[in-house]
Design a protein around this ligand. Structure first.
Ligand code: AMP
Ligand code: GLY
Length: 448
């Protein structure tokens, strides 16, 4: 079959790589893809000519392409196209797609909606309240113990969460979101939430909840992102500086707690709301006092978690995505390989602020291959920088991830950092501690 992947990051590169391993897949298009997907087996980038898959025109063009090319399955990576109804448009054209429709994606696109859903169905989460009135929000905030968490309701590319350590900071955040409109419509409504200290875990899962089929959420092996730019959980928040899978401290007891306190009521709520959810979901958890709390849902796979999790998937990825798209997941045998993955991200100097770009990337292929690690591209393109040998040059803040599988976490970490030595570009920076947790420092996590 022919598959279409929507997106351009490391997550989409990992999906293309994994889907290409399926005997069922003859051809993969990635729209628009990146310099990594361009070089992947069976894979071709589909330049969108400036058309954005998060717009009606871009989506119409993709539906047209999928029809013409007889694409059997489309997998949507990022949230923006989902929020803009790409899955609805594909389904309306009777095209199979793994990704929730606009309405179901509200679990990610509106934090106020997500919090109301959690409360209604008893999903364990931080205590919170939703506000659309600045004065009321401020009055409530002043009664809370500090730090207090202020979240913009809508999508804000990681800029919508402020952990305010003082009343002044809280007021400033509320003003910026609700009065100054720094995030546009996304910040006009806010969620004010109790601060939870602890370690975070990401559980990605496949979902099929439809009117016809047997409703099910099948969780993947656990993962942990490392959000802060610097070692020990210091510095500014980023899109993620590396991930591991599975998470050693997400014990069997915690997994059981997650299943009963978070997954089961989520599934119940989806059914009760008569959601049509055929896609992936991401549970962002905080572990505290041996209990799981849900911080957020994302209506998609995580990045860079996907680059750490997919190498451990022992089931056919195309069959999995097809079962998700068909809403027919209940009997799907989701299997995992033994071992662990460590996947540090190499970023461009300056990231997450203004970063340098256009630097040729040198890759010692033979050396890299010996480590067994796989390189996934996040922000690099082909074309210029030919002298480097790889033909790739940097084009994004997060440039690439090396994903190494080992017998256990320590083994994977050793391999991943050996592999990074075979990759080089001017201004390359990375965290040296992916997979070694420093709980005390992470407790002070503040998201920008
Ligand atoms: P969210 O977009 O809701 O996942 O928030 C982004 C990040 O902010 C999370 O990954 C956490 O690091 C942090 N965060 C969000 N909510 C809380 C909370 N209630 N307590 C502590 N940290 C939080
Ligand atoms: N790694 C977090 C995310 O994908 O949003």
């Amino acid at each position: 079959m022919k598959v279409l992947i929507i997106g351009s990051g490391g997550r989409e590169h990992a999906l293309a790589w994994k889907l290409a391993q399926s005997n069922k897949v003859e051809k993969i298009y990635v729209a628009p893809g990146n310099g990594g997907t361009a070089g992947e087996e069976k894979t071709e980038n589909l330049p969108l000519g400036g058309a954005d898959p998060a717009t009606a025109e871009g989506q119409a063009a993709l539906v047209e392409f999928a029809r013409k090319e007889t694409i059997a399955l489309t997998v949507v990576g990022p949230e923006a196209p989902l929020a803009a109804g790409i899955a609805d448009r594909f389904r309306a054209a009777e095209l199979a797609v793994a990704g929730p429709g606009e309405k179901a994606a509200r679990l990610e696109t509106s934090k106020a909606y997500a919090k109301s859903f959690m409360e209604k169905y008893g999903v364990r989460a931080a205590k919170s309240r939703n506000f659309t009135d600045f004065a009321q929000a401020l009055a409530y905030t002043e009664q809370q113990t500090l730090p207090v968490v202020i979240k913009a309701d809508g999508l804000a590319s990681g800029k919508g969460v402020v952990i305010a350590a003082s009343a002044a900071e809280a007021k400033q955040a509320l003003s910026a979101f609700m009065k100054d409109g720094v995030l546009g419509a996304a910040g006009k409504s806010v969620v004010i939430e109790e601060y939870l200290a602890g370690l975070e875990v990401s559980v990605l899962a496949a979902v099929s909840v439809t009117s016809g089929g047997k409703p099910v959420i099948k969780p993947f092996i656990s993962a942990r992102d490392h959000k802060r730019r610097f070692e020990g959980g210091q510095g500014p928040n980023t899109g993620g500086m590396g991930a591991i899978a599975p998470v050693p401290d997400f014990t069997a007891a915690l997994q059981k707690d997650f299943a009963s306190a978070i997954l089961a009521p989520t599934l119940k709520g989806m059914e009760a709301e008569k959601m049509d959810y055929r896609g992936f979901i991401f549970f962002g958890l905080m572990l505290q006092n041996r209990r799981c709390y849900l911080l957020e849902y994302n209506a998609r796979l995580g990045d860079p978690e996907t680059q750490a999790v997919l190498p451990l998937l022992d089931s056919d990825c195309a069959e999995l995505c097809q079962a998700v798209a068909d809403g027919n997941l209940a009997d799907f045998p989701l299997k995992w390989k033994k071992g662990a993955v460590c996947a540090p991200v190499a970023a461009a100097s300056g990231y997450p602020g203004t970063f340098r770009s256009g630097d040729p990337i040198a890759i010692n292929k033979a050396g890299l291959e010996k480590t067994g690690a796989k390189l996934f591209v996040s922000g690099a393109q082909r074309g210029r920088g030919g002298s480097s040998g790889s033909g790739l040059h940097t084009s994004g803040g997060r440039v690439l991830t090396v994903s190494a599988r080992g017998e256990h976490a320590e083994d994977a970490r050793g391999k991943a950092y050996s592999a990074l030595r075979f990759v080089n570009f001017d201004g390359m920076v990375f965290r040296t501690d992916i997979g070694t947790e420093v709980p005390a420092a992470d407790k002070a996590e503040a998201a920008g």
